[in-house]
Ligand binder design. Structure first.
Ligand SMILES: [Zn+2]
Length: 403
């Protein structure tokens, strides 16, 4: 049977199964009545769709014991996070975080380990990653269903095949990362690789501080400054996936040389080393040195406060360009950028308003990430869940074929 839009009954059913599973994955739990309202379908259709997902082991249904409402309580549908899961990782500049993440975005197991820069080339990183992933896979037990692998890397990534064009702070250039990891892991699922900033923005949009917000900018500073942009609910990736390199937006034509080859980039003017130097500390001290500076500034050390004010003005310049260009509802600042904002927020706000057009009208909100330090990790998980969420029926029929 073919509908007026040209879609067959089977195509409509598959689309509805996908929409329903995505709702449960994003919201964690919804009653059948909520699903009926959200999806605009009748109760018997929702019941049948939930039944299909339940049979595939992806959701569970419970009947609430008590309900204040009159009549029968509506069944509550939840994701079954210990069945369908993904392996996710975020390769930062200092640290690698790996996790098994269940449906619903629940972290079922995780490990963090340091990255020895610059000694660790991509071969060592991939070998260790494969070992950690196998351990997580073993911990999930034989009944669990691996549906995808997602990795965030601090670099310019070609989304189609996970090719790392350039990761300046890791010292990688033209690494076929996705292909090499697939060869090492030998799993039958899709391996997706994305830029860590893009993935942070994705996770914050789906289940963090930017939930329900259609236009947002996520910025996070580690050694460099990474970021991601969501416009009308979609991550801006550009033609090949390289868009959103906000850390390499030029702010200061007379600035210092950047690892990307340019100079005066956002990250050379406001990244970790810039903060340390401006505050009278030595460059290269890493996260610990940065925390010391923030602590000193909050106790009133003038050198640290002056330095942070200098950096705050660069951050405001970078933000004003982004705000003028994209008119976001929300800017989310992660990592040390949030600590900087916490200490110098008034200055950043006033500079941002002075430099942004329509400053009085664009009340852009600056928020802390809702997912703490796990935004990019959970974004990698979202990327890995995508093949399952976009067509669950196809995913479970392929599961039946591969065993
Ligand atoms: Zn640069």
């Amino acid at each position: 049977m073919v509908s007026s839009s040209g879609a067959t009954q089977d195509e409509i059913r598959r689309l509805n199964v996908s929409t329903l599973l995505r709702q449960i994955h994003v919201h964690g739990q919804l009653s059948r009545a909520d699903l009926t309202t959200r999806m605009g379908l009748n109760r018997s259709t929702i019941k049948a769709l939930v039944g299909e997902l339940s049979e595939a082991g992806l959701v569970t249904e419970t009947i609430p014991e008590t309900s204040m409402r009159a009549g029968r309580p509506s069944h509550v549908v939840r994701p079954k996070s210990d069945t369908a899961y993904v392996l996710a990782a975020n390769i930062g500049v200092d640290t690698v975080t790996v996790a098994a993440v269940g449906l619903g975005g629940i972290i079922e197991g995780r490990a963090d380990y340091p990255l020895l820069r610059p000694a660790e080339g991509h071969e060592m990183v991939i070998a260790r990653l494969a070992t950690e992933f196998r351990e997580l896979q073993a911990s999930m037990g034989p009944a669990a269903w691996l549906v995808g692998v997602g990795v965030g890397v601090a670099g310019a990534i070609r989304r189609a095949d996970g090719f790392v064009e350039f990761a300046p702070n890791l010292g990688w250039r033209q690494v076929p990362f996705g292909q090499l990891l697939a060869e090492r892991l030998g799993v039958h699922v899709q391996i997706s690789v994305g830029n860590d900033g893009d993935l942070g923005a994705l996770a914050e949009h789906v289940r963090g501080a930017g939930r329900g917000i259609q236009n947002l900018i996520y910025l996070s500073g580690e050694v460099g400054i990474g970021g991601g942009i969501v416009v009308e609910g979609r991550i801006v990736t550009g033609a090949q996936g390289y868009a959103g390199e906000v850390g390499h937006m030029m702010l200061n034509p007379n600035g210092r040389i950047c690892r990307c080859g340019s100079h005066g980039c956002f990250e050379t003017e406001a990244g970790e080393d810039a903060v340390l130097v401006a505050c009278g500390r030595e460059a290269g001290g890493g996260r610990a040195a940065l925390l010391e500076v923030f602590a000193a500034a909050s106790q009133g050390e003038l050198r640290a406060l002056d330095g942070l004010h200098e950096i705050a003005i660069w951050v405001a310049r970078g933000l004003s360009t982004l705000v003028n260009l994209l008119n976001p509802d929300v800017v989310i600042l992660g990592g040390p950028l949030w600590s900087l904002f916490f200490l110098t927020g008034d200055l950043i706000r006033s500079e941002l308003h002075a430099m942004s057009i329509f400053a009085a009208r664009t009340q852009v909100q600056v928020l802390q990430p809702g997912l703490g330090d796990d935004s990019s990790l959970l974004g990698a998980a979202e990327l890995a869940f995508e093949p399952l969420l976009s067509d669950p029926v196809d995913a479970w029929s392929r599961r039946a074929l591969t065993g």
